[in-house]
Ligand binder design. Structure first.
Ligand SMILES: [Mg+2]
Length: 269
């Protein structure tokens, strides 16, 4: 019985997006005390190159923070949950002035709370505000109530709870919207998005990646819209290394197939 020839299909080209804290690095007592391994920037740079630079970080932190931790590597980044965005071509998008001004007012309104509880950490960002309570978990409800009052100043902000943190971010802004924006641009457009994250604020991006035909990968336990899970930070870094390697190998494979198939086709005619 004649066997049909295998049909060569182009490999899926991935666009990989990852959260930072709790996904690429372990969480720490305070946002500034995270341990960033010396090898992280080099490894992520290699992964980015193997993905033809279709690799971006979607974080609650400011873009400047990520640049500081990964120097000299400069990646496409959505910061402050998408309030800030630097595209793959290096262009930094302007931050909405209402978000900038609104975040300052929310931070001001939280002054009395921070003064009353020194164990809380106020993180003011361009366009967003976070209060970290990892050093005083019993204050969770107090923090939520105070932040709810602070955002009632106007209708521009919503509260987003995270791991030992409560965030105020502009309405309509999210990691999911940031992922969708990247996917309209080179070198992401036309690729299959993968997003890896560990927290509640990553859910929008899991959904966005899956809406666009890709996959969300949730690190650790907890309810999630992500279709896949991964165990820990070490596994994420190993996966990124592996995915990058596969992308590079598949590019080589395509070249090899073209070189070998074309002469056969010429002979057949
Ligand atoms: Mg995280």
């Amino acid at each position: 019985m004649p066997q049909s020839a295998p049909v060569a299909t182009p490999p899926a080209q991935l666009a990989i997006f990852t959260d930072f804290d709790g996904t690429l690095v372990e969480l720490a007592e305070t946002p500034d005390s995270i341990d960033v391994p010396d090898t992280l920037a080099e490894q992520l740079g290699q992964t980015a190159r193997e993905l033809n630079l279709a690799f971006a970080v979607l974080t609650g932190r400011e873009i400047a923070d990520i640049d500081r931790f990964l120097a000299p590597l400069v990646l496409p980044v959505a910061g402050a949950h998408g309030t800030q965005r630097r595209r793959a071509d290096g262009v930094l998008e302007a931050i909405d002035p209402d978000s900038l001004e609104g975040a300052e007012r929310v931070a001001e309104a939280l002054g009395p709370l921070i003064a009353a509880y020194p164990e809380l950490i106020l993180e003011t960002k361009r366009g967003a505000v976070a209060v970290h309570f990892r050093q005083a978990p019993e204050l969770e409800a107090t923090v939520h109530e105070a932040m709810q009052r602070a955002i009632e100043i106007n209708d521009h902000f919503v509260l987003v709870p995270g791991k030992m943190v409560c965030e105020a971010r502009p309405r309509g802004v999210s990691k999911g919207e940031a992922l969708r924006a990247f996917m309209l641009e080179e070198p992401f457009v036309g690729r299959t998005p993968v997003f890896i994250g560990d927290d509640v604020t990553d859910e929008d991006a899991f959904i966005a990646a899956q809406d666009l035909g890709g996959v969300g990968i949730k690190l650790g336990d907890g309810d999630t819209a992500a279709r896949m899970r991964i165990a820990d930070v070490g596994s994420v870094r190993a996966l990124l290394q592996g995915l990058g390697d596969i992308a590079a190998r598949e590019q080589e494979l395509v070249v090899t197939e073209r070189e070998t198939i074309e002469p056969e086709q010429e002979l057949a005619h």
